[in-house]
Design a protein around this ligand. Sequence first.
Ligand SMILES: Cc1cc2nc3c(=O)[nH]c(=O)nc-3n(C[C@H](O)[C@H](O)[C@H](O)COP(=O)(O)OP(=O)(O)OC[C@H]3O[C@@H](n4cnc5c(N)ncnc54)[C@H](O)[C@@H]3O)c2cc1C
Length: 271
Amino acid sequence: MANNTTPKTALIVYAHHEPKSFNAALRDTAVDALKKSGYTVEISDLYAQRFDPRATKDDFTGSLSNPDHLEYHLEAKHAYQTSTMCAETKAEVDKVRRAHVIVFQFPMYWFSVPAILKGWFDKVLVAGFAFQFPNDIHDNGLMKGKKAIISMTTGGTETMFTDRGVHGDIDIVLWPIQYGTLRFCGFEVMKPHITFCPAYSPKIKRKELLTEWSKRLQGLHKETPQSFISIKNFDPEKWLVMREEYIQGEANKDIASSIGHHLGKRLPSGK
Ligand SMILES: Cc1cc2nc3c(=O)[nH]c(=O)nc-3n(C[C@H](O)[C@H](O)[C@H](O)COP(=O)(O)OP(=O)(O)OC[C@H]3O[C@@H](n4cnc5c(N)ncnc54)[C@H](O)[C@@H]3O)c2cc1C
């Protein structure tokens, strides 16, 4: 169960245009599994909602601090703080605020998320709400205490996404989303759930993939989030460069502690 006493909310941010897609089946499986685990489930169905991914001045209902030069991050923060976000963004911010767990369900597009989901990141995870640079990021990010899990499908096979496969290591491919976006905002980033190549899997295998996803979500409360290097190891006096003491402490390790901060060592496996 999510929790025996306090009701918990899960948000599924879903980015696929086709109701008969495998992504839709994964979404429906997640709704069912999360409800079985005691969550109230909310969905942001971005294509169905016709979510506008463009970051423009129309996202703000109040007057701009600088009408001559739109600095989106500053205006977005101001709009959040003065309750002048447009209704579409505010509704998403409110859903994130209520959520204890967020599932991002999407097909990989060009080694990343579909544009509509990228737009959701740009407009919803804004300064003042999701993070505050430089103090409230990573371990101290304002999304602290919320779990986030990527559920992504691919066109490529699992072997293609290895260090010897044609596409390269999947953990490197996901670093910008997992670390650069979700961890930056302070989410507890759970191991990604990747459904490789559903289009070329036999039907029976696809059913098994849905069952695996259901089981995983029902056991999510027992999982440990992925570990990242703590923000305290980066020196604010030196533009957040890694502290020398931390580098010294890593000196005798063969394997890096993090994909992005590999210090020239062998990369860790995210599995
Ligand atoms: C712009 C673009 C960029 C892309 N970039 C990349 C990239 O960089 N790397 C990469 O690897 N791929 C890439 N792709 C491919 C894309 O990631 C895959 O096509 C996508 O992930 C497949 O998921 P889907 O839900 O669309 O599958 P679908 O094709 O919708 O589904 C797969 C199969 O599952 C069946 N199915 C649906 N529901 C069920 C159910 N309940 N039970 C059993 N079977 C079911 C469907 O009928 C279908 O036969 C890209 C695609 C596009 C359009």
